[in-house]
Design a protein around this ligand. Sequence first.
Ligand SMILES: *[C@@H]1O[C@H](CO)[C@@H](O)[C@H](O)[C@H]1NC(C)=O
Ligand SMILES: *[C@@H]1O[C@H](CO)[C@@H](O)[C@H](O)[C@H]1NC(C)=O
Length: 170
Amino acid sequence: MFQLEAMLALLILAFLGTPTVLTQDYHGPEVGKHSCTSTPEEKNITSIRVFLQARSIVGIQFNYDDKDGQVYGSTAGKEMVARLSKEEHITGVEGSYSPSALTQIVFTTTQPRQLMVGYHVGIYQYSSYPDDPSFVLKGACVSWRAGGIKSILFLWGSENSSCVKYGHSG
Ligand SMILES: *[C@@H]1O[C@H](CO)[C@@H](O)[C@H](O)[C@H]1NC(C)=O
Ligand SMILES: *[C@@H]1O[C@H](CO)[C@@H](O)[C@H](O)[C@H]1NC(C)=O
């Protein structure tokens, strides 16, 4: 019993001692091309579009105040869009990925509701939340190769600021 407790305490210490591992979390293998996008000053995310081939997310686009953002990856295949209402913000993200590509993103919003893109087929699950619960989703960093978005890291910040921070998982 004592040993189990000691081990748990060590585990907790190990977690507390490695905040960079917990906070800079790419979901999926960080390979291929990289880029980041975040909300310009005074603007909000209005939609997030993904492009799917079979059940893999091969392209992703963040749009701010209804202006099309840059597409990372490919625009081939089927489109799915998570569209936010005015004054609606994203407060958490979960989803799944497979070894070959990101497969699903589920956004929880202030409405409150969930908006989903992709399919729940990936064998690995992820989640991302801001460290400060008043923060909202401001953008993301992605890595991609031909054939798939390989990984994604979500960026968080206060509604009225363009400054972004990493969040945490779980
Ligand atoms: C962006 O979001 C903030 C906070 O909800 C809101 O006050 C503002 O009106 C929004 N801006 C636009 C252009 O919709
Ligand atoms: C953001 O700014 C809007 C308009 O100036 C204000 O109504 C809102 O309360 C602000 N939100 C935060 C989180 O400070």
